[in-house]
Design a protein. Structure first.
Length: 276
């Protein structure tokens, strides 16, 4: 069964797309089967995976609005080693069209259910706003990965996102939880960044990933070549950090599964004891 994670932050320009494509490439590098779904009409995650958004025969728009199967929309990003359900400017109008459709928040969830057994991880790149597209991502996901810069305004953005996740968890998707916060574009020489990083750790505890993604020129150059940094220059510091993050992600998922199994066993034994 695939683990479905949204990469989301309501603040723009915090490295969501960079995180999505590099995590996908990092997971593929360590032997995981990965599907990346681009829900941003800009299509940057599509282009950053080496897939031309202008030449897509079927995009995520058709999956959401017309009910086309994910298997028909997914294309292999052969240099990156994962599959992509791409996005292009067609998706910009989907928000309005989805409003009129039945089960409008659940359309992505229903579509991904058909490919659940084909992948280990499904990563969803969300747009930087709370739209019907983001809501589809949050309703389809088991959890949210939050990339953030260690700056003051970024803390406010995280507070807003946590509130949104709680609302979706309460009303639409009881499985949804924050998987972790990822510190990106980190410069340890800056005192403010170190202070915000410490604040994050004291407030969110083990929800903050141990891996830190440094500010890195090669990661920034990679999109202009249509590749994730992990593929473009595997030896770069930023790429190495994303591969370490992919390994941490796999370990975190395994420990989450173990906790869930223990909790289920405890519930069953409590029920048995109550009925005896």
């Amino acid at each position: 069964m695939a683990k479905i994670f949204c990469v989301a932050n309501q603040k723009g320009g915090v490295g969501k797309t960079t995180t999505t494509v590099n995590l996908a490439a990092g997971l593929a590098k360590i032997g995981q089967r990965v599907l990346m779904v681009d829900l941003d009409p800009q299509g940057n995650a599509t282009m950053g995976s080496g897939v031309d958004k202008r030449s897509l025969a079927v995009s995520v728009y058709e999956v959401l609005v017309d009910g086309v199967a994910v298997q028909d929309a997914a294309v292999l990003a052969d240099k990156c080693g994962y599959h992509v359900v791409g996005a292009n400017r067609e998706l910009a109008g989907a928000d309005i069209e989805l409003v009129q459709l039945p089960q409008r928040e659940m359309r992505l969830k229903a579509a991904l259910a058909w490919v659940d057994a084909d992948y280990d991880f499904i990563l969803i790149d969300c747009p930087p706003s709370l739209s019907m597209l983001t809501l589809n991502g949050l309703c389809a996901a088991h959890g949210v990965i939050v990339p953030m810069q260690c700056e003051y305004f970024a803390l406010e953005g995280v507070t807003d996102l946590v509130h949104t996740i709680k609302q979706v968890h309460a009303n639409l998707n009881p499985d949804l939880q924050i998987i972790g916060l990822l510190r990106v574009m980190f410069d340890p020489r800056t005192t403010l960044q170190q202070q915000v990083s410490e604040q994050l750790k004291s407030h969110f505890g083990d929800k903050v990933f141990n891996t830190v993604i440094p500010r890195n020129v090669r990661l920034a150059e990679a999109p202009s070549y249509g590749l994730p940094g992990v593929v473009f220059d595997p030896s770069a510091k930023g790429s190495q950090a994303f591969i370490a993050f992919a390994q941490e992600m796999v370990e975190r998922v395994q420990s989450m599964d173990e906790k869930a199994n223990k909790a289920n066993k405890a519930k069953k034994s409590a029920k048995k004891a109550a009925s005896a």
